[in-house]
Design a protein around this ligand. Sequence first.
Ligand SMILES: *[C@@H]1O[C@H](CO)[C@@H](O)[C@H](O)[C@H]1NC(C)=O
Ligand SMILES: *[C@@H]1O[C@H](CO)[C@@H](O)[C@H](O)[C@H]1NC(C)=O
Ligand SMILES: *[C@@H]1O[C@H](CO)[C@@H](O)[C@H](O)[C@H]1NC(C)=O
Ligand SMILES: *[C@@H]1O[C@H](CO)[C@@H](O)[C@H](O)[C@H]1NC(C)=O
Ligand SMILES: *[C@@H]1O[C@H](CO)[C@@H](O)[C@H](O)[C@H]1NC(C)=O
Length: 370
Amino acid sequence: MLSVSIHRLLLLLCALVGMATTELVHVSVLFRHGHRSPVQLLPSQNFTVDNYWKDGLGELTNIGKMNEFNLGQFLRKRYDAFLGSRYNSSAHYVRSTDFDRTLMSAQSCLAGLFPPVGDQRWNSQLPWQPIPVHTVPKAKDYLLEAPDFPCPERERQFKQVNADPARLQFYRPYADFLKRLSAGAGMAVTPASVHKVLDTLWINKVEGLPAPAWLNYSGPDWQRLVTVGSFQWNEYSWTPDLVRFGSGRLLDEILGTMDNISHGRLPDRGARLRLYSDHDTTVASALAALGNTEFVWPDFASAVLFELHSDSGQFSLKFFFSNGTGSQRQLFTLPPPGCPKPGQPCPLASALAGLAPMRLSLPELIKRCR
Ligand SMILES: *[C@@H]1O[C@H](CO)[C@@H](O)[C@H](O)[C@H]1NC(C)=O
Ligand SMILES: *[C@@H]1O[C@H](CO)[C@@H](O)[C@H](O)[C@H]1NC(C)=O
Ligand SMILES: *[C@@H]1O[C@H](CO)[C@@H](O)[C@H](O)[C@H]1NC(C)=O
Ligand SMILES: *[C@@H]1O[C@H](CO)[C@@H](O)[C@H](O)[C@H]1NC(C)=O
Ligand SMILES: *[C@@H]1O[C@H](CO)[C@@H](O)[C@H](O)[C@H]1NC(C)=O
């Protein structure tokens, strides 16, 4: 009796001072790998695998390791009490695509998130502990590798998007710019390949390499490259169906897990925290699925946070996007379809109803990609 009224009193006090009484129940985090070497070199530039990118192309750089380590520290700060200081193989689960850069990113993030404490400290010289990162072969990774496994229907839709008159219209004013860019880069740069040039130069810029003589990073042509390159890349989330192909499987998994948890069906692994180490394509697609209309090319180590909260058994979801590096990291609230205004928790049932059209079950995905 007494404890019930104390509980009521606490609730009332919390309401009076405007404090949230909700308790965090589960967090899933989808993030992009950290800074990497370019995937493609520009013929006119002399930074090669032999003289500069010595770990090869598309590989995580030291900057990238630090990006992810900082992300891990950010998650530690945000979820410290909820996660507990010990790594727990039943509460915490990590999955990555089968790429060196995402596997290494997951490990770098975990180094920042779960430095060993107490009895988990196994080597006094090394404030690090091994934590499993699970993966499956690329061609079978229906969960995270959505853009890369073979799917003729998706390819067909991409062709359609690239022939979309609205998109062709967008590129028209940039014809002269693309000619200049082709001459500078030493390759034919078309609307279909301009993002690769942006990607490579963006990386060179972050790495502190000198700007090429043909492109001034402070001038209007750099702005043009960012605008056109980002726009081209946005083909991944141009239609709701492509968004579904890009992140619908993962969304289905995350929401399904949360729905199960709300019914007391805890997964064997990752009941509290699930980390998904993935690529820009999936992160951007998830952002689009969660109702983000302002297009972004998600930067290295940017993350989408899915939080399940409970207020005395009333479950609700919160969604966030986080980007920026080190102490510059920012957090934005996402307002997904079917949910009230940003900042307010979204009742689980509303979120599930609003996001149902964006989900793709495994059987459905396999059927559609046959
Ligand atoms: C690339 O070429 C420039 C200009 O010729 C030269 O200054 C620079 O040292 C070269 N860089 C590498 C990594 O070879
Ligand atoms: C590990 O996590 C599980 C599931 O959340 C929990 O039941 C268990 O008590 C935790 N173990 C420790 C040692 O904290
Ligand atoms: C680059 O552009 C900025 C702004 O237009 C200008 O101030 C600067 O001198 C340019 N740098 C070079 C190397 O041309
Ligand atoms: C939710 O629980 C059901 C019933 O136990 C199970 O079949 C399903 O795979 C679970 N969903 C997820 C995403 O784990
Ligand atoms: C972070 O995301 C916000 C919101 O989409 C965007 O406006 C901003 O430019 C991004 N910042 C970085 C460093 O990518």
